[in-house]
Design a protein around this ligand. Structure first.
Ligand code: PMP
Length: 380
């Protein structure tokens, strides 16, 4: 059994007769509460004050295609990409969205054609991000429809492929799999940040999505951004957001600008944001692998290392989620773990086998340690 320091349970709730905490732990969402400690430590360095009279207009920047984009936010987005080296920003239009969720829909709208005879097919390789199918189909759009696994797509029709790299749920780096000349691509790079994966080169695609939710951990701010090569596509995405929410909260954009600025300003410090978060992810993966490898009930993906241009060394991926497989005769890993009060998302939601589950590794220290303790108990 893993020995867990008692301080990690300081505020925990119910305990069973043997003194072990027995509450349900919810790891089925990728809620990035892990980052709160860092931002508390930053104190006023990431605080902004917004007076009552500020940010009142709908409009932000008349000179930008994206007229509701706050210039300060756009500036900090470009600066952070230059600091991290994870995306080419030259020759790109920045489009801000209410989370990258809104930008996924904006991109589907922009890439589809109102004159097409059939809705365009939207694909992603299994295991894909579990929200894609419902995001694509919930409005029964006449413009686009969910087509499932990109690996098994063999129809000679136009398509949009969602390429998620590193991938949610399994953490592997990905490229397009359909690879046809006329294929339209959306690169969802929510996790292409140094704490999760080696930054091997600056991404240089037509339409790339990022989000504050996974980069800095500010999911509640609801800010994402797209880097878009084609002017007409950027215009159509802006139009979608105009029709959908008449822009994106200025207060959130200003706050996001400050958070990104804090990261860039301190990027060379000993306790920089990426060093701090890299160390936590490294520690968590080490502990998780040790527990999983101590028995034969579970297994985890194996990754190869690559040279990270940000940290200037050879590093292994350490994804935000663990794509855990139940070995042996456990067919439904999600129900099995639910029986042990661990809530996860089962493989079927990602188009894959129920032998897999996705576990969030971005939760609080307390929940993570509780997870380790439970997995360890189950195995022994
Ligand atoms: N894409 C991927 C791959 C994600 O994992 C998420 C969040 N779970 C999103 C998009 C949406 O993120 P948000 O709307 O919070 O920016």
């Amino acid at each position: 059994r893993l020995v867990i320091p008692s301080t990690s349970f300081a505020n925990s709730t119910r305990k069973d007769h043997s003194g072990v905490v027995d509450r349900v732990i919810k790891l089925d969402h990728g809620d990035p509460t892990m980052y709160e400690r860092f931002w508390r430590q930053m104190g006023d360095r990431s605080t902004i004050v917004i007076p009552g009279w500020a940010s009142m207009s709908y409009f932000s920047d008349g000179s930008s295609i994206c007229w509701f984009l706050e210039p300060e936010f756009a500036k900090e987005v470009v600066r952070l990409h230059n600091v991290v080296g994870n995306a080419v920003t030259q020759g790109r239009h920045v489009v801000v969205g209410t989370g990258s969720s809104q930008l996924i829909l904006a991109a589907l709208y922009a890439l589809s054609s109102p004159d097409a005879l059939e809705p365009i097919t939207v694909l992603s390789a299994v295991p894909y991000y579990s929200s894609y199918p419902s995001m694509v189909d919930y409005q029964k759009s006449g413009l686009y429809k969910w087509g499932g696994d990109a690996e098994s797509f063999d129809k000679e029709v136009p398509y949009i492929e969602l390429v998620t790299s590193p991938n949610n749920p399994d953490g592997y780096s990905r490229q397009t799999v359909v690879n046809r000349n006329q294929g339209l691509l959306i690169h969802d790079l929510a996790y292409y940040w140094p704490q999760y994966t080696p930054i091997v080169s600056a991404s240089d695609y037509d339409l790339t999505l990022f989000t504050l939710s996974k980069s800095t951990g500010h999911a509640g701010m609801r800010i994402g951004w797209a880097l878009v090569k084609d002017r007409e596509v950027a215009k159509k995405m802006t139009k979608f957001i105009e029709l959908n929410t008449i822009g994106v909260s200025k207060d959130s954009q200003l706050r996001a600008a400050k958070v990104l600025k804090t990261i860039s300003d301190s990027s060379q410090d000993e306790e920089s944001f990426f060093k701090y978060s890299y160390k936590i992810m490294e520690q968590r993966w080490k502990l998780l692998r040790a527990v999983v490898e101590s028995g034969d009930l579970f297994s985890l993906p194996k990754f190869t290392s690559a040279f990270c241009t940000f940290f200037n060394q050879e590093l292994e991926p350490q994804p935000a989620f663990a794509w855990l497989k139940c070995e042996g005769d456990i067919e439904d890993c999600e129900s099995f773990l639910r029986g042990h009060k661990i809530l996860t998302r089962g493989g079927r939601a990602f188009g894959d086998s129920p032998k897999y589950v996705r576990l969030s590794l971005l939760d609080t220290d307390e929940n993570f340690m509780l997870l380790l303790d439970r997995l360890s108990t189950i195995q022994h």
